[in-house]
Design a protein around this ligand. Sequence first.
Ligand SMILES: O=C(O)CCC(=O)C(=O)O
Ligand SMILES: [Fe+2]
Length: 313
Amino acid sequence: MTGVKIESQIPVVDLSLADFKPGTDAWNCAREVAMRALEENGCFIVEFGEGGVPSGLHDAVFKVTEEFFNLPHKTKILNTNFKPSHGYIPHVPGTPLLEGSNIDGAEKLNACEKFTHLMWPSGNDGFCETVHSYSKLIVEIEKMVMKMIVESYGVESFYNEYLESSTYLLRFLKYKKPQQDYNPIAHTDKSFLSYLHQDKVRGLEIMTKDGSWFTYEPSPTSFMVMAGDACVAWSNGRIKACYHRVAVREEKIRYSIGTFSYQTGNIEIPKEFIDDAHPRQFKDFNHIDFLCFYDSKTNPIKAESLIKAYCGV
Ligand SMILES: O=C(O)CCC(=O)C(=O)O
Ligand SMILES: [Fe+2]
């Protein structure tokens, strides 16, 4: 099958082929594989190839990631945001996460400029240009992924509105294997869709439908696409949330970058998803209010999916 590899439990779909356009056989075949994977495991791997990922971007984005983490602590903590998990994320004791930080709305140049200015008041154009180019690349991938989703469910009329309401949270992450044994904590994301990209050290693990853990191998041109809780509710439960965890098993620092799509305003469940065989499972909801609800719970581990509790019917 052109552009599709299903040798692992999580299929790899190549979206970078030159003739890869909606309506072609290659597109339809890739769509079928991607959709089955989203419904079964809540994820699939996008291969974006040398043609899709601009030359040097992978190295450049991880170089600036390291540069960012080398800033003084007092500078990094200036990145605050009223939305939960949208600013600086300090070390989580007992887990491999050393620290993280987010750019809210990274698809917009002015958001990247604002973050850059906060971290480097005297300027850092290389950082700003690199992270903005990276975010634009993820938006390109999301456009294709979302096109496949809306086509497959016959909800194309929702596509433009979805893209117009989308905003992207870019998260830099730095991990280290903890000194003591630890149990990696699994979770589902609160996003609509998430795009995970790793540098050289593996760590992201996905729970597959048979209950085993799949280790995602780092690659400069591939991205793990995962469905978050918001996508589950929007699709009336058709798409599954990807249950995943990070386990650092090597004695090396691990860097990864997550990009999380969020919908501004309310998410309405398209009527096409609701019929006698599929009664409505979720009420319309506000995505950021859901994130705040999740964050307000006293559960410090936050492993559990709360979308049913938040807007289930
Ligand atoms: O570092 C990774 O690969 C995954 C990070 C993650 O799951 C998250 O930030 O929600
Ligand atoms: Fe996650």
